[in-house]
Design a protein around this ligand. Structure first.
Ligand code: CNA
Length: 293
């Protein structure tokens, strides 16, 4: 008989349990929720990881507080820090989807994905092949732009050119206010699409997979507490976050406590996803998807 690689034989129980669930054919309405952690391996820093996170590396911008870089009031007075940051991190220029992004696209390909909610603004899920229909970019994206004063739309390509090549904030053609890409700043509302779909999605979800987020930003951080009580919750993250519990202890009841329904696997989400896909024999499909991006 073929021998299994030792990494599979020694896979931790948490990953084995998730593999068993995904292999069972029971879960066809998976809701995925991601944050900056899933893009760290693509070379985009997250916010809050001590040392490497963006909030620890903003000294050169001389900000009064780290969040100012995404603050509407501050942008009106001083758009330069955001413009500099955006020109360095503009999506699609330097960064490619990670294994975790491709895993989400694979779930869609297999007909198991109801929706993926990302807090990221890097558009890597789209590049990985997740369809617009299955995707909610909760904090917006860089494809379109508008005026921060009068909300008038501004050409997205022109906004990119001015920020990346001229390193300045574009001016609104009507009111001369500062234009910015349509990513959600602190104090701004989330896109209509989020509000339109979230309530039904959490009701319909049969499995929740959360990856690479500190669950600190509202209202997205509430999603894990909005799914039905009988919806199992999986967390692939470096640290335990939100209301997730460390050890899931299964019970036969219909309504579970978090302790009973949660599975937490600590570590790098790409490594967790890779191991999971090996157990499921999905690794070839995963690699194929990832190398085509
Ligand atoms: P965050 O608060 O920085 O948290 C990131 C989380 O991911 C932390 O819990 C980390 O421990 C964890 N983490 C980091 N690396 C890994 C890894 N390789 N594997 C597993 N877990 C990891 O970021 P959130 O997304 O929770 O915060 C929400 C903000 C961050 C959103 O508004 C985003 O728009 C914003 N953001 C987005 C990007 C991006 O688009 N790539 C980058 C930086 C910040």
């Amino acid at each position: 008989a073929p021998t299994q690689p030792s990494s599979i034989a020694n896979a931790p129980q948490s990953i084995k349990s998730v593999a068993k669930m995904l292999a069972s054919n029971k879960y066809k309405k998976i809701v995925v929720l991601t944050g900056a952690g899933v893009s760290c391996n693509a070379g985009i820093p997250d916010f809050r990881t001590p040392g490497t996170g963006l909030y620890d590396n903003l000294q050169k911008y001389n900000l009064p507080f780290p969040e100012a870089v995404f603050d509407l009031g501050f942008y009106a007075r001083n758009p330069d820090p955001f413009v500099q940051l955006a020109s360095e991190l503009w999506p699609g220029l330097k960064h490619s989807p990670t294994i975790t992004h491709s895993f989400i696209a694979l779930l869609e390909q297999k007909g198991m994905l109801l929706r993926t909610y990302t807090q990221n603004i890097d558009m890597l899920d789209v590049l990985a092949g997740v369809s617009e229909e299955r995707m909610i970019e909760c904090h917006g994206h860089f494809r379109t732009a508008s005026c921060t004063v009068c909300s008038k739309p501004f050409d997205g390509e022109e906004c990119k050119r001015i920020i990346v090549e001229e390193n300045r904030a574009p001016s609104c053609l009507s009111c001369k206010g500062h234009v910015k890409p349509d990513i959600v700043f602190f104090g701004e509302g989330l896109p209509d699409r989020f509000h339109r779909l979230v309530k039904k999605d959490v009701r319909d979800a049969d499995l929740l997979i959360v990856m690479g987020t500190s669950l600190m930003v509202s209202p997205v951080c509430q999603i894990p507490d909005m799914v039905r009580r009988d919806c199992p919750r999986i967390l692939f993250n470096r640290e335990l976050v939100g209301t997730f519990c460390r050890d899931g202890v299964k019970s036969r009841r219909k309504s579970y406590s978090n302790k009973e329904r949660d599975i937490f696997h600590a570590g790098d989400c790409d490594e967790s996803v890779r191991l999971l896909c090996s157990l499921l024999d999905w690794d070839e499909e995963l690699d194929e998807l990832n190398s085509s991006t």
